[in-house]
Design a protein around this ligand. Structure first.
Ligand code: AKG
Ligand code: FE2
Length: 223
C-alpha cells in the first residue's frame, strides 16, 4: 500500500525546520548508501552527527507519533534516524531498493520507507519520487509538510532536479506487522471501525469489528 499523508508538520514546525536547514552543512549522500545504491546516488544530506539533525529528528518523530493515519497505516515498531537530503540542480537518486537490514548496533528490518517533503514543489523542477508498482511507475511530488509512505520492497528512484532545490526527510520503519498485505487489512479494518463509530457510536457491530481488528493484530504483530 502506498499512502500519502498531508500536513504531517504544522506550518510553524516546517518553518523552523527549513530555516535550520538553510545554513546547515550538507555532505555527500553516498556515505549512507549500500554498495549498489552508491553507484546511482547523487545527492547531499545533513551530516547525521550535526547538532541540528538531532533536534530536527525529534520534531519529526513527535509529529509522526501524534499522526493517527501514520500510526494506523505503518504500525511502527522502530523508526531509523531520519536523513535530511538536499538535491540541487543535476542531482538524482537512480533506481534502487533500500537495504533490507539497516543500522549497525541496533539493526532494523526495513518494512516501510517514507519521504517527508520539506519545501514547496513549485520551488524546484524535477525531483519526483518514482515508485515501481504493479500498476506501473507512479510519480510523487508532494506539498511541503506532506509525506509518502511505501513498502521498502519496491524499486524506486528520485528524478533529476533540473532547477531549484529539493529538501526532504527520509527514513525507514520496522513495523509491528511485517507483511504489507496484513498491514493493509488492519488499516482497512481500523478505518472502517473509526467511521462506524463516528456515524453510529459504539454499536454491537462496532464491537465485532473492534474485536476482529484487535485479534488479527494479536495474530500478526511481532513485539
Ligand atoms: O528522497 C526520496 O524521496 C527517496 C530517497 C531514497 O530512495 C533513499 O534515500 O533511499
Ligand atoms: Fe530508497
Amino acid at each position: 500500500m502506498i499512502l500519502t499523508i498531508e500536513n504531517i508538520l504544522s506550518p510553524e514546525e516546517l518553518d523552523a525546520i527549513t530555516s535550520e536547514l538553510k545554513d546547515a552543512e550538507f555532505v555527500d549522500g553516498k556515505l549512507t548508501a549500500g554498495w549498489f545504491a552508491k553507484k546511482v546516488k547523487n545527492n547531499t544530506q545533513l551530516s547525521g552527527k550535526a547538532e541540528a539533525a538531532r533536534e530536527l529528528r525529534t520534531t519529526i518523530a513527535k509529529a509522526l507519533q501524534r499522526n493517527r493515519l501514520f500510526q494506523a497505516a505503518v504500525k511502527p515498531k522502530i523508526i531509523r534516524p531520519m536523513i535530511f537530503s538536499c538535491y540541487s540542480s543535476g542531482m538524482y537518486y537512480g533506481s534502487h531498493t533500500d537495504n533490507a537490514i539497516m543500522g549497525g548496533e541496533k539493526p532494523i528490518r526495513s518494512d516501510v520507507s517514507f519521504t517527508l517533503f520539506l519545501n514547496s514543489p513549485s520551488s524546484y523542477k524535477g525531483g519526483e519520487l518514482v515508485i515501481d508498482t504493479s500498476l506501473g511507475e507512479q510519480a510523487f511530488k508532494l506539498e511541503a509538510g506532506s509525506m509518502i509512505v511505501y513498502p521498502s520492497t519496491t524499486l524506486h528512484r528520485v528524478e533529476t532536479v533540473v532547477e531549484g532545490k529539493r529538501l526532504a526527510a527520509v527514513s525507514w520503519v520496522q513495523s509491528f506487522v511485517r507483511e504489507p498485505s496484513e498491514r493493509e487489512i488492519l488499516f482497512d479494518l481500523d478505518t472502517a471501525k473509526q467511521v462506524m463509530f463516528q456515524k453510529h457510536g459504539k454499536t454491537p457491530e462496532f464491537d465485532l469489528i473492534s474485536k476482529t481488528h484487535a485479534n488479527l493484530l494479536r495474530k500478526w504483530a511481532e513485539v
